[in-house]
Design a protein around this ligand. Structure first.
Ligand code: HEC
Length: 131
């Protein structure tokens, strides 16, 4: 009898552990990882004017502070010139979400910019950079 109880407890603990691990994995993956990049890139019908405004104003730390871009009349030598870099929308989104050597880690973009805003911003840069 005693023995049976012990087995049941082990099984219950095991199930709890599996449930806990699965939840943890989902939260970790959903928290701004590659899934979000795919979600942003899947959006279309971009508002390029909104993208340009974000470039100049985004959440109190505009891209224009650090990245030159002629179309936005942005001049700065703090980071790469986006007219020369000509990032693809994927590169821009990955970078803003913190994937590129943490350059934007200290900014609040990941939290404060919606998927739609990220998509508009990346499309805007793609449409004007280098041209
Ligand atoms: C405080 C300065 C700063 C701000 C503000 C900033 N960046 Fe950056 N960014 C950097 C630095 C530093 C790097 C890494 C070195 C480099 O490429 O110049 C970088 C890299 C990049 C890259 C290149 C990524 C790659 O894969 O090489 C892109 C694209 C980019 N930023 C876009 C943006 C956009 C869009 C914004 C606005 C939402 C922004 N950055 C705001 C400093 C900044």
């Amino acid at each position: 009898m005693r023995h049976q109880y012990t087995n049941r407890a082990v099984i219950v603990m095991g199930l709890l552990f599996v449930a806990f691990s699965a939840t943890f994995a989902l939260v970790a993956l959903g928290g701004g990882g590659s899934d979000r990049v795919g979600q942003v890139l899947a959006l279309d019908d971009h508002d390029l004017d909104a993208g340009r405004s974000l470039y100049l104003e985004a959440v109190g730390s505009p891209c224009a502070d650090c990245h030159s871009l002629a179309d936005a009349a942005a001049v700065s030598d703090r980071a790469s010139d986006l007219d020369q870099l000509r990032p693809t929308p994927r590169e821009t989104v990955v970078s803003i979400l913190g994937g590129h050597i943490g350059a934007h880690e200290s900014r609040n973009y990941r939290v404060e910019l919606s998927d739609r805003q990220l998509a508009d911003l990346a499309a805007y840069i793609d449409s004007v950079a280098g041209g």
